[in-house]
Design a protein around this ligand. Structure first.
Ligand code: KG4
Ligand code: ZN
Length: 342
């Protein structure tokens, strides 16, 4: 079965055709991120306008080979209302005109299903084994931080999430205060990477430790605003130079990754899962990937993360989620839900 997946929750316009939930036929992602860079964050009005500009060209490109599809999937939340509406109204129209089933998909569940997709690039190892249930998924993006337990397709238990700022949001805010670009995650990762080249004498001169909020707490909730404030307060007292920025970025990244990894591994242990999955934009972070792999391998639990191109928002993950959770709804019943939870 071929499903057309449409994703327009924020600043990416994603349109993809996926066969049987795994095989990419086409995957078009058009991003308006460059328009938001100068503001240091997403401007909803600009994002919605760019969605309108991008959706028709993305659809045209997807059907350039006259691909046949059997159903349509669309993200209905959570996300920015203006952006969501573009994808939803487009999907409803196509569903009615083409007489195809329409499946509404929760964006966060979409990020989990990015792990079912086969990599597009040939040099990536093809993981033929499907994710094994029960599993714990950590979904970390610009707007969300969630830990969920999945015992089967469609069977989720939300274990916890952020009480304040999302992980990606904190990366973006700290990057801005450090004078780095937007989105902040990749910028912080890159600058932190250069810290390993600094000699140990210089490292001593700028060594400090930021808090790891709620790391020893038994719940699976997170709180990152205290960490953000600690980093920002430290920066305010410090004369920022190209010498100390890498050290601050490094310690901040380490602090947030320590908390994410600790909670995820605790959940995996408690629920005796067979796998850990990562998803969302922050899942692109190499330290998060490697540290989670190291700690979970000590417990004998494999970790799986999507290729980087599927960590960012895309239509393929939405089509995959719809294939494995095939619950069509009539178009007039589907509404945008900006504040949708699990
Ligand atoms: O999932 P996503 O593309 O959009 C949302 O649904 O929010 O996630 C975007 C977020 C941004 O906050 C960005 O800074 C973060 O993901 N991000 C990263 C990395 N790449 C993107 N955070 C840390 N390290 C990265 N390499
Ligand atoms: Zn996302």
């Amino acid at each position: 079965m071929r499903i057309l997946g449409i994703e327009t929750t924020c600043d990416e316009t994603g349109v993809a055709i996926v066969e049987d939930g795994r095989k990419i036929i086409t995957n078009i992602v058009s991003s308006s991120v460059a328009f938001h860079t100068k503001y240091g964050g997403i401007v909803p009005e600009v994002a919605a306008r760019e969605q309108i500009r991008s959706i028709i060209p993305a659809l045209q490109e997807s059907f350039i080979h006259n691909s046949k599809i059997d159903a349509i999937a669309v993200t209905y939340g959570p996300g920015l209302i203006g952006s969501l509406l573009i994808g939803i109204e487009t999907a409803k129209t196509l569903s009615i005109v083409w007489n195809k089933s329409l499946i509404p998909v929760n964006h966060l569940i979409g990020h989990v299903y990015a792990n079912w997709l086969e990599p597009e690039t040939r040099n990536q190892k093809l993981e033929t084994r499907l994710p094994q249930f029960p599993l714990v998924a950590l979904i970390v993006s610009g707007g969300h931080t969630n830990l969920i337990l999945m015992t089967d397709h469609g069977k989720y238990q939300w274990l916890g999430g952020t009480l304040d700022d999302a992980a990606g949001e904190v990366f973006d805010k700290v990057a801005r205060v450090l004078g780095l670009g937007y989105p902040g995650g990749p910028e912080i990762e890159q600058v932190a990477g250069s810290w390993s080249q600094v000699t140990s004498n210089q490292k001593q001169a700028t060594s400090y430790r930021f808090p790891r909020p709620m790391i020893d707490n038994n719940s699976f909730d997170f709180s990152f605003s205290g960490l953000k404030t600690a980093v920002i307060n430290y920066i305010k007292k410090t004369n920022l130079t190209s010498k100390n920025i890498p050290g601050i970025a490094y310690e901040f990244q380490q602090a947030i990754v320590d908390v994410l990894v600790s909670k995820t591994v605790k959940a995996a242990q408690k629920f005796k899962v067979r796998e850990i999955l990562l998803g969302g934009g922050v899942a692109a972070n190499k330290l998060l990937r490697s540290q989670l792999t190291v700690y979970s391998s000590r417990l004998g639990i494999p970790v799986r993360f999507p290729p980087i191109e599927f960590c960012i928002d895309n239509g393929a993950m939405i089509a995959s989620a719809a294939f494995f959770n095939f619950k069509p709804m009539s178009p007039e019943k589907i509404q945008a839900e900006p504040g949708l939870h699990f």
